[in-house]
Design a protein around this ligand. Structure first.
Ligand SMILES: NC(=O)c1ccc[n+]([C@@H]2O[C@H](COP(=O)([O-])OP(=O)(O)OC[C@H]3O[C@@H](n4cnc5c(N)ncnc54)[C@H](OP(=O)(O)O)[C@@H]3O)[C@@H](O)[C@H]2O)c1
Length: 309
C-alpha cells in the first residue's frame, strides 16, 4: 500500500511529465521545419488570402508567393489591390499568377458562390481568412449603433463563415490536402474591454475552426481533405494597429514569416509568434486580480493611440 507521500509524488511526476510533453509539443511547432510544402502540389497551387491589401494579410500573401504559391488576394479597394499585385510580382522570385477579388466584407450582399465559380479550374489548396479588425471605441456596446456592431460581426466572422461555406465543396474535391486558416486574436481568450464585439467575433472563429475541422473528420470516409487551423494573433505593428514595431510587436512582414511557418502544423490552434505564446502563458499563470489591471492599462494606451487617428 503506497503512503500518502508516495501517492502525491506519483501525481506530481505525472503532472510534470504532462507539462513537459505539452511544452515540447508546442516548441516543435516553432523549431521543426514547416509543413507548408504539403499544400504545394499540382501544376499551379493557389492560396487565397483575404484582407491582403495591407498589414498581416499582405505580409502573408508575399511570404506565400515567395514560397511558391499562386495567389488570389482579396480586398475592398481595387486600385490599392492593383498596387499590391505589382508589389508582390516584383519580389524577385519566379513570376506566378496573382488574381484579385474585390469585395467589401461589411456588405451583407457579397456573392460568395459567384466568386468561387470564377475560380473554377484553379487548384486552391490554402485559404487564409485574415480580413478583420475593429476600432477601439469610446462607448459601451449599448451606446454603439446597431449597424456598427453588425459591421464588426460581418467583417470579423460572417464574411469568413460564408466564404468558407462557398469554398468547402471545391476544397473537398482538391487533388490533395487543403487547409483553412482562421486569423484570430488573443482578445478571443482574454477579456479585453472596448473591443467586446471584436473579441466575441474572434471567439466565434476559434470555435468555427475547431468544430468544422472535427465535422470534416467525422464525415469523411477516409482521411479528410480539409483541415482547419486557428491562429491566435498577438500584437503586430500594422496600419490597423498603430504601435511601434518591436520584439514584442513585430512588423507585419516579420510576423508573416512566423505565421506561414505554422501552417500545416496539425494542431487545432496555435499562437504563431513564440513570444506571444509566452506572454499568454504568463497571463494565464497570474490571478485575474493581477492580470486585469495590466490588460486595462494596455487598452487605455490603445485607446489613446486610436484617438490620434
Ligand atoms: N495587428 C494586430 O495587432 C492584430 C492583433 C490581433 C488580431 N489581428 C487580426 O489580424 C488580421 C489582420 O490585422 P491587421 O492588423 O493586419 O489589419 P490592417 O492592417 O488594418 O489590414 C486589414 C486588411 O483587411 C482589409 N479590410 C478591412 N476591412 C475590410 C472590409 N470591410 N472589406 C474588405 N477588406 C477589408 C484591409 O483593407 P484596406 O487596405 O482597404 O484597409 C486590409 O487589407 C485581422 O483579422 C485582425 O483582427 C491583428
Amino acid at each position: 500500500m503506497p503512503s500518502a507521500i508516495q501517492a502525491f509524488a506519483a501525481i506530481g511526476a505525472l503532472v510534470a511529465l504532462k507539462s513537459t510533453y505539452d511544452l515540447l509539443r508546442l516548441a516543435s511547432v516553432y523549431l521543426l521545419p514547416s509543413n507548408l510544402p504539403r499544400y504545394l502540389y499540382g501544376p499551379a497551387p493557389y492560396a487565397l488570402v483575404t484582407g491582403a491589401s495591407d498589414g498581416i494579410g499582405k505580409g502573408v500573401a508575399k511570404e506565400l508567393y515567395r514560397r511558391g504559391f499562386n495567389l488570389i488576394i482579396h480586398g475592398r479597394n481595387a486600385e490599392k489591390m492593383e498596387r499590391v499585385r505589382e508589389e508582390i510580382q516584383s519580389l524577385g522570385v519566379p513570376r506566378k499568377d496573382v488574381k484579385i477579388w474585390v469585395a467589401d466584407a461589411n456588405d451583407p450582399e457579397v456573392d460568395f458562390e459567384g466568386a468561387v465559380a470564377q475560380w473554377e479550374g484553379l487548384e486552391i489548396t490554402l485559404v487564409v481568412h485574415n480580413v478583420g479588425g475593429a476600432p477601439v471605441r469610446e462607448p459601451t456596446i449599448d451606446g454603439i449603433p446597431a449597424p456598427d456592431i453588425l459591421g464588426d460581426l460581418r467583417r470579423n466572422a460572417l464574411f469568413t463563415l460564408f466564404l468558407t461555406r462557398a469554398l468547402l465543396p471545391k476544397l473537398r474535391r482538391a487533388a490533395g490536402p487543403a487547409e483553412l486558416v482562421f486569423c484570430g486574436s488573443l482578445s478571443s481568450v482574454l477579456p479585453v474591454p472596448r473591443i467586446v464585439t471584436y473579441g466575441a467575433s474572434k471567439a466565434f472563429l476559434r470555435q468555427l475552426s475547431a468544430a468544422l475541422g472535427a465535422d470534416e473528420l467525422y464525415r469523411a470516409p477516409r482521411a479528410p481533405n480539409v483541415r482547419t487551423l486557428y491562429m491566435d494573433v498577438g500584437n503586430v505593428a500594422t496600419h490597423g494597429h498603430k504601435i511601434a514595431a518591436a520584439f514584442a510587436s513585430p512588423s507585419a512582414d516579420v510576423y508573416a514569416r512566423h505565421f506561414v511557418h505554422c501552417i500545416g502544423c496539425g494542431r487545432d490552434s496555435v499562437v504563431p509568434y513564440w513570444f506571444h505564446a509566452f506572454q499568454l502563458g504568463m497571463m494565464g499563470a497570474v490571478p485575474s486580480s493581477v492580470m486585469l489591471p495590466e490588460l486595462f492599462k494596455a487598452i487605455d494606451l490603445e485607446f489613446e493611440l486610436a484617438k490620434k487617428d
